[in-house]
Write a protein of this length. Structure first.
Length: 114
């Protein structure tokens, strides 16, 4: 399992924006690489405006990371359902992403290195 996931500090400063709002900016983000998937940037909750995020009932399970909980993003102009996720109690191999949130990087949400 340990060879399937790699977690390391993300180089530089990263931001996440949705609906014209900056949800967060961090120089403490983590980069998670899982198998052949593209890298995913995880932001510490302490660097996010958590008031924009509301936990939903959606969940998913990864045999490598554990149980994920999802969040919708609400801005002045829109609510984007289930566009962020977090592992509240990750498996040991993914323990570094506890208290971090990742975002789908697509049309209405932008995750970018500054």
């Amino acid at each position: 399992m340990a060879n399937h996931i790699s977690i390391r500090p993300a180089q530089g400063t990263w931001s996440v924006r949705a609906g014209g709002a900056v949800i967060g900016e961090s120089a403490q983000a983590l980069e998670l690489i899982e198998g052949d998937y593209p890298p995913v940037i995880y932001f510490p909750k302490s660097d996010l405006a958590m008031a924009f995020l509301s936990r939903t009932e959606a969940t998913s399970h990864c045999p490598f990371k554990g149980q994920a909980t999802f969040y919708s993003i609400t801005t002045k102009s829109q609510t984007i359902e289930n566009m962020a996720w977090s592992y509240e109690a990750p498996n040991d191999d993914a323990a570094a992403i506890k208290d971090y949130v990742a975002f789908y990087n697509q049309d209405r949400v932008a995750v970018e290195q500054l």
